[in-house]
Design a protein around this ligand. Structure first.
Ligand SMILES: C[S@@+](CC[C@H](N)C(=O)[O-])C[C@H]1O[C@@H](n2cnc3c(N)ncnc32)[C@H](O)[C@@H]1O
Length: 239
């Protein structure tokens, strides 16, 4: 699908989009993603790097390495992230490429806009990732960076199904997120405490493989790589 037709379809669909903040986000993560003060505090790359035990750059590069330089197709990023991942993704676009960034939070989209500046080939779209008002098979690459562990199971599975629906045959889905750390990794126990305290859906997410929760149609290949003693994973799903 060329980028002008995709943009028109997205604009037409916006009027139907469901854009109320889901209760889990409001209740669990308001302080990190919705409150302006939270956004001001967390929008610091050193802090994100600290939260990821010094692995931000490595994980960002692992995600970016899946996207060709001078990318000519349509790329979708599901949910905004702190740090410069989205700017780096955008810098991979050729003049023909397009990046659509979806988030349910207006404040997050405004924050992303302030980092990205005005660019013709980037669309910021306020939608829920679990019920996207975006066309089937429209994207060549879909990225989810540390989104899945923050969603309750039903939302997570719907988000995954939506990512598969909107990614075209021959395209890929790139997931970077937490993973169950190896038994020898001492951070396993620290992270258990962190998850219990701050990330109530993360334990459930890492208790199964992404590949076990996928619908089987449309998927041609799944590849997983783990990092930092298994604490993080990259999963590539080829459609
Ligand atoms: C990608 S996740 C976590 C990213 C990671 N902690 C970081 O900042 O690097 C955070 C984003 O997901 C968004 N989000 C969470 N659930 C969502 C949903 N159902 N639909 C759209 N956006 C959602 C939040 O608004 C927030 O901007």
């Amino acid at each position: 699908m060329d980028k002008t037709s995709l943009k028109k379809l997205i604009d037409d669909d916006q009027s139907n989009a469901k854009n109320t903040i889901p209760p889990y986000l409001e209740e669990t993560y308001w302080w990190a993603y919705l409150h302006p003060r939270g956004i001001r505090i967390f929008e610091r790359q050193w802090l994100v790097n600290f939260i990821l035990w010094g692995n931000y750059r490595r994980l960002r590069e692992a995600a970016l390495s899946e996207i060709d330089s001078h990318f000519q197709g349509n790329m979708l990023q599901l949910a905004c992230v702190y740090g410069d991942l989205t700017e780096k993704l955008a810098s991979k676009l050729s003049i023909k490429g397009q990046l659509d960034l979806v988030d349910i939070s207006q404040a997050q989209l405004e924050n992303a806009q302030s980092k990205l500046g005005q660019r013709q080939n980037i669309n910021l779209i306020q939608q829920d990732t679990s019920s996207l008002n975006l066309p089937d098979n429209a994207y060549d690459a879909t990225m989810l960076f540390f989104l899945m562990h923050e969603q309750p199971e039903n939302v997570r599975l719907s988000t995954l199904a939506e990512a598969i629906r909107v990614t075209r045959k021959g395209g890929k889905i790139i997931i970077v997120d937490y993973h169950r750390a190896a038994g020898w990794n001492p951070l396993r126990y620290v992270m258990k405490g962190v998850f219990r305290w701050l990330e109530p859906f993360a334990e459930d997410f890492i208790s199964s493989e992404v590949s076990d929760t996928l619908p089987i149609d449309k998927i041609t290949r799944i590849k997983k790589q783990v990092y930092f003693g298994g604490l993080y994973q990259k999963v590539i799903i080829n459609c």
